[in-house]
Design a protein around this ligand. Structure first.
Ligand code: N01
Length: 545
């Protein structure tokens, strides 16, 4: 053992001696961690949440880039566990902005008095299962805790991905990642700015940055499909209608594949005439938002059906962008939806501005960052600031940053070396009393995250309550059940068009990450049914002892 390793081991041992003793430790104070804490308290358990940020809100704490807002309608992208909360809170816009979402998270923390059990500015470093005591020994950068339950609410899109560009250290200007935006904001007035990437974060920020910057260069590697948001104030009539029957509204949404209402059309895009098909796409486009997914039942399973949607969006791009060469560059060639569909406000039209230049880096990549900007092939683009909208080490990144060890010292990083393996997305064989919220193997990022989070929290809460009533000490998935679930998740993905392009769903954006389609793509309602069946059959596939 090297001297630095032995001092780490000694620090850990010292910290563990003073460890605070709890029933449960939760990692992350985003929407998942906050509700989990509330649920654990309802069960009468002692719990603590550790959060690396200096405030609650998770995604909405970190992603403060210009234009950041949710892409699911606020009336649905909100908690439903408290009728009083959903009745009293009033969203101002159809798609809430990041500041409003953060205010909401703060409000929930206050309302349910959560902060007294949340340790902010504290990063969990390790969690080791101690077989002799049946407890998790957790260390943070501030101390240690011991808990029966270890719950990962660390977020699917929290571990930022800054590509390893040569020369970044030489850059004389400022650079930012959209997922770690400065709290004071950034003023781009009079500046030459580069945005690298054209995913959701870029598509939201580009129109706003373009209005401020002297010149904006967008470096696009893969063109992206985006549908208009048609954002605006929440319609008071619709609001009153929803509030009058909020519970029924939520129940209806829970029966859908995405966990939000999109009035899905189950028919095939190929079984109707071109005129009828076009009319369907036009009406979805006019309504705006992710409802476009519901255009036809075979949208994500039949390439020929998907091609019709792709052609429709490409026509929209060509009619929005005046320069035909720029429009062609912006036209994606991939399957619509194999990367998450983006929702924008004036994205394509932004390229009509004289101060915006689209730089194609699909064939000639960004070679390096220089002291004054970016080099692509033999061309230099001089800028004052660079915005990396280059996404995240999604779904597994924030979990893998923690040194997690289960029975017999098995490291999660080792177990997941070829991709995440778990049962129902909720538990991992060999890691007793450890739960994941809305992580890989569950519908999570393919759905409305709030109902997905709440369903997981309720399931975990019910499971712990059952353990208490049966005086069971440990629960963990059986290897066989886990194996079957992983195969099922893979088979569902293979039968869809999802694996057809390089997306973060597949880990394809992070060099060296195993290429595995991580979320469960069988639909929210089907998944919930399966989880409920497992619970009602005595936690079938889990071993309870
Ligand atoms: O990240 P992304 P994101 N050189 O991975 C490019 C959620 N979200 O932060 O496609 C050049 O989608 C990369 O190119 P390519 C939402 O679920 C939600 O935008 O890999 N380019 C891509 O264009 C979303 O899906 C909301 O070829 C490079 C971009 O960077 C998820 O977060 C808002 C590159 C990354 O796009 C992630 O979105 C924002 C390189 N070396 C985010 N490396 C809403 O609720 C990467 N890229 C609305």
């Amino acid at each position: 053992m090297s001297s630095s390793m032995s001092s780490v081991a000694t620090d850990r041992a010292d910290a563990l001696e003073d460890a605070v003793v709890l029933d449960a430790v939760v990692v992350g104070a985003g929407f998942a961690g906050m509700y989990m804490l509330h649920k654990l308290r309802e069960l009468g358990l002692t719990a603590r949440v550790y959060e690396a940020g200096t405030g609650v809100g998770g995604t909405w704490y970190w992603n403060r880039y210009p234009g950041a807002r949710v892409d699911v309608e606020s009336l649905e992208y909100s908690y439903q566990f408290s009728e009083d909360l959903q009745q009293k809170w009033v969203w101002s816009e159809r798609y809430a902005t990041q500041p409003e979402l953060l205010r909401y998270a703060e409000h929930v923390a206050e309302r349910f008095d959560l902060k007294r059990d949340i340790r902010l500015n504290t990063r969990v470093q390790s969690a080791h299962f101690d077989e002799s005591t049946g407890r998790w020994q957790i260390t943070t950068d501030k101390g240690a805790a011991s808990a029966r339950f270890f719950i990962l609410a660390s977020g699917c899109l929290s571990s930022t991905n800054v590509p390893d560009f040569k020369g970044l250290r030489d850059f004389k200007g400022n650079w930012y990642h959209t997922g770690g935006w400065p709290h004071d904001g950034v003023d781009f007035t009079g500046k030459r700015v580069a945005v690298v990437g054209t995913g959701s974060s870029a598509i939201q920020s580009i129109p706003v940055i373009a209005q401020q910057a002297k010149h904006l260069f967008v470096f696009q590697r893969t063109a992206t499909y985006s549908v208009p948001a048609h954002n605006g104030p929440v319609d008071p009539v619709a609001l009153a209608r929803v509030k009058a029957n909020y519970r029924e509204f939520r129940e209806r949404n829970a029966k859908t594949g995405y966990g939000f209402i999109l009035d899905a059309n189950e028919g095939s895009a190929l079984s109707v005439s071109a005129e009828e098909r076009n009319a369907v796409y036009e009406s979805r486009w006019a309504r705006g938002g992710l409802g476009f997914y519901g255009s036809f039942g075979d949208f994500l399973s039949d390439k020929a059906a998907n091609d019709t949607a792709a052609d429709f969006i490409r026509q929209k791009i060509r009619s929005a962008v005046r320069d035909p060469a720029v429009a062609e560059l912006l036209c994606p060639k991939t399957v619509v939806g194999c990367k998450r569909l983006c929702v924008d406000t004036g994205y394509y039209e932004t390229y009509n501005r004289p101060n915006v230049t689209l730089v194609d880096v699909s064939k000639t990549p960004i070679d390096r960052i220089t002291a004054t900007g970016l080099r692509v092939g033999d061309r230099d683009y001089d800028v004052d600031a660079i915005v990396f909208a280059t996404g995240f080490d999604a779904m597994t990144g924030s979990v893998m940053k923690i040194d997690i060890r289960g029975k017999r010292g098995l490291r999660l990083a080792e177990k997941w070396a070829a991709g995440p393996r778990n049962y129902l997305g909720l538990g991992v064989a060999g890691f007793p009393n450890m739960f994941l919220i809305a992580g890989p193997g569950s519908p999570s990022v393919l759905t409305n995250m709030l109902p997905s989070i709440e369903q997981h929290v309720r399931w975990i809460g019910d499971c712990i309550a059952t353990m208490q009533s049966r005086q069971a000490q440990r629960i963990e998935p059986m290897e066989g059940a886990e194996e079957t679930w992983v195969s099922h998740v893979n088979e569902l993905a293979a039968a869809s068009l999802f694996p057809s392009c390089n997306s973060w769903y597949l880990g394809a954006n992070v060099p060296g990450k195993p290429r595995v389609f991580m979320p469960y793509s069988g639909g929210f309602a089907t998944y919930v049914e399966r989880c409920n069946e497992v619970a009602s059959h005595g936690y079938e596939g889990f071993s309870l002892s």
